[in-house]
Design a protein around this ligand. Structure first.
Ligand code: F6R
Length: 268
């Protein structure tokens, strides 16, 4: 894992945006599949990507997108559905075709059939090229709560009480937070070719410590990412505060930057 620690949400957002921007520009207009997370953590990154679209010609016209998850029971036009949230936060401000922003249908009549359809739709689209992730306080990624299978596919997930409490801030009361979600599985997420995980704030510090330095375990679902060959974790100082090897991560980042500079230096 590449670990990047920055001193503000804006700097974290810029570091995440750099990575997404690089993948988009490298594709040179060829079709590309983005994996998008909702929640608060990626907001500064989406703001930065919108700015680069507006000011630097970064185009999403050749992209399609798959969301990680959706609440069971909410239709796409419900204000707090993730389908509506990602449009408000990001996609409607850039030039991606709205019909190509995919999410599980939260109000599908048969949720079990819908999760199978969604998992197959991601594969049929050729898989995700670059996936943005957040992480929950309990270590969940997407809505893969502790003790689920580390190889799971897209499934209907019972939300942990801590997740319901954390997400109550988006609803009028805790009672209105749906009890179930449809979530890409850990096995599904692990198939993304590149992953960028973002975490902000002290209440993520324990989850980030386990994610980066803990043992791989179903207790902390995000730890499965240690088995992925291309993961970047971008965090602020508060979320990094429990990491033991911070100096080493800074050394590794300087080394990557030096090698990058050598690669881009003109040949003599
Ligand atoms: C959202 C998602 C969740 C969030 C996580 C962190 O699509 O899949 O895993 O990324 O709950 O949420 P925030 O960023 O709001 O702290």
């Amino acid at each position: 894992m590449d670990i990047i620690i920055r001193d503000s949400p804006q700097a974290v957002g810029a570091a995440v945006a750099d990575r997404i921007d690089a993948v988009i520009r490298a594709a040179q207009g060829a079709p590309l599949t983005l994996g998008l997370a909702t929640g608060s953590s990626p907001e500064p990154a989406y703001e930065e990507l919108i700015r680069r679209f507006q000011e630097q010609g970064l185009s999403f016209a050749h992209c399609q997108a798959f969301l990680l998850d959706e609440y069971v029971g909410l239709s796409a036009d419900h204000e707090q559905s993730y389908a509506a949230t990602i449009r408000r936060m990001f996609t409607r401000h850039v030039d991606i075709d709205d019909a190509k922003v995919h999410s599980p249908q939260g109000d599908a009549q048969d949720p079990e059939q819908e999760v199978r359809r969604y998992d197959a739709a991601i594969s049929d689209a050729g898989g995700v090229d670059v996936q943005i992730l957040g992480i929950g306080r309990n270590g969940h990624i997407a809505f893969n709560e502790p003790t689920g299978s580390l190889a799971s596919r897209t499934h209907v997930q019972v939300l942990a009480q801590s997740t319901v409490e954390a997400n109550a801030r988006f609803f009028a009361s805790e009672d209105e937070v749906p009890s179930h979600a449809m979530s890409q599985g850990l096995g599904t997420i692990m198939e993304a070719r590149k992953i960028v995980l973002v975490a902000l704030g002290e209440d993520k510090a324990e989850a980030v410590k386990e994610l980066v330095e803990g043992a791989v375990s179903a207790r902390w679902p995000g730890t499965i990412l240690q088995h992925h060959p291309d993961v970047t974790v971008v965090v602020d100082e508060a979320a990094a505060s429990l990491l033991e090897l911070r100096d080493f991560y800074a050394t590794l980042e300087r080394d990557r930057q030096d090698r990058q500079a050598e690669l881009s230096a003109p040949a003599h």
